[in-house]
Design a binder for this molecule. Structure first.
Ligand SMILES: Nc1ncnc2c1ncn2[C@@H]1O[C@H](COP(=O)(O)OP(=O)(O)OP(=O)(O)O)[C@@H](O)[C@H]1O
Length: 256
């Protein structure tokens, strides 16, 4: 069974048709990169995967069941703009993510549970390369380090799906290359399924195992909102994508 099953999905805001006829299956472990012109509905699509938006119509299933209507722990998101709490230290930010998950009512853990949460937070911060900055505040961090912190906050709760909305768009090229290496490493080690929006075609080919292009195939010059974007390309990319294509091809040939 596919992790995510989408059939003939539409998203409209009033008479603005944003997405139309989207059909797509995403398997566990895929790294899907999503590109398309500005305003074609990429963020809206991510928000539906997160549970912040609902489709207007169509089939939208997570592990064969209707998508949870609210953001939940199997899905973590990292935005382009850092979404960390400035009055908490690096460690405090990641600890809070765990506390909000494990103690929804108080937002606080005590005793042994807090100690374990602290250890898990430090382990995650180690994994993203922030071991030296545990007691710093976000304003003392560079952009790349803040983005590492956002990733740690998302991953510490072990989501199955990591949603990335142009997470590296604001970073310098050198830092971006470091972040690419980090995200590929985390993707493999944590067996994540990733859906990432990017404006950078090179990034989409380099990072993804599968590239999805969203665009309008129908246009009405009198009423630009009449038609929504569809998936115009869905192709395997990157070394992982090529391996998958070869495996699928040899499986098909073996079945002949
Ligand atoms: N909450 C909302 N209410 C009404 N319209 C919305 C809402 N959110 C998005 N839209 C509209 O949906 C369309 C798609 O927006 P979205 O942000 O998903 O595009 P995008 O492809 O991510 O754009 P960009 O690449 O510029 O970030 C736009 O026309 C936008 O105005």
């Amino acid at each position: 069974m596919s992790l995510i099953t989408i059939k003939n999905l539409w998203k409209e805001y009033g008479d603005n048709v944003v997405l139309e006829k989207i059909s797509l299956n995403i398997q566990e472990g895929e790294f899907c990169t999503l590109v398309g012109p500005s305003g074609c509905g990429k963020t809206t699509f991510l928000k539906m995967l997160l549970g912040q938006e609902t489709p207007t119509r169509g089939t939208f299933l997570l592990e064969g069941k209707p998508f949870p209507q609210e953001p939940s722990l199997e899905r973590g998101i990292v935005f382009q703009r850092y979404s960390v709490f400035e009055n908490l230290t690096v460690l405090g930010n990641v600890l809070l993510s765990i506390e909000l998950k494990e103690s929804k009512f108080f937002g606080h853990l005590f005793g042994l549970k807090r100690q374990k949460a602290k250890e898990a937070a430090i382990k995650m911060l180690n994994a993203v390369g922030l071991a030296e900055s545990l007691h710093k505040y976000p304003t003392e961090l560079s952009g790349g380090m803040q983005q590492r912190l956002s990733i740690a906050q998302s991953l510490v709760n072990k989501p199955k799906i990591l949603l990335l909305d142009e997470p590296f768009g604001a970073l310098d090229p050198g830092i971006r290359a470091d972040m690419h290496a980090l995200i590929l490493d985390l993707w493999k080690k944590h067996n994540l399924t990733v859906v990432m929006v990017t404006h950078d075609l090179h990034e989409s080919f380099y990072l993804g195992s599968r590239l999805l292009v969203f665009d309008k195939v129908r246009n009405d010059s009198q009423a630009p909102n009449r038609f929504g974007a569809q998936i115009t390309y869905d192709i395997p990319v990157g070394s992982e994508g090529m391996i998958m294509t070869k495996i699928n091809k040899s499986l098909k040939e073996g079945n002949k």
